[in-house]
Ligand binder design. Sequence first.
Ligand code: GLN
Length: 227
Amino acid sequence: MTARVGVVTFPGSLDDGDAARAVRIAGAEPVRLWHGDPDLHGVDAVVLPGGFSYGDYLRCGAIARFAPVMETLVDAARGGLPVLGICNGFQILCEAHLLPGALTRNQHLHFRNRDQALRVESAGTAWTNAFQPGQEILIPVKNGEGCYVADTATLDQLEAEGRVVARYVGGNPNGSLRDIAAITNSAGNVVGIMPHPEHAVEALTGPSLDGLGFFTSVLKHLVGTPA
Ligand SMILES: NC(=O)CC[C@H](N)C(=O)O
């Protein structure tokens, strides 16, 4: 049966269409979810897309975290539902405390938009099992608040538990501590990534097809997970 992957739209989401398209290209059925509807409509996994939810007021992701859909999503994620937060989605996952730490204003205070090389550090998550550990990929980064910070004990714990999923290579675009571009929760089902895999799934528009691996990974993960 075709996996159904939900993509949440918040007011101000920007990349929900591209995320849904990436899901379809990877071979799954995208299911559009609405921030005001707490029902996840039986989806097998969820993508929180990039953008400017609620206009980035207060802090990126700080209001979205209280959306009705998040009440259900937080419980489902704690129960093992695969969730990928991309950029604004990563910010929302940190605000919702599904992931530790915070995304703060880029160190140089500029919005940064460019193609970015990353090293995939962990292939042991629901969203990265299609990669080889150490594999370098190229996908776009575009954010104003992408500087990942956490206290030293949290950073050390992430490193020790293999929960740093990807790091920036060839230059850190936002000042993230330890060049962190993506992290996971301890179960490996929730991943937050600052750059945008959904913008690197087609030769016409992406700098590569490297982003596709995140979306095919979750399908592989779901096949191995009993319903
Ligand atoms: N591309 C995005 O999702 C941007 C996220 C957020 N609005 C920021 O500027 O940091």
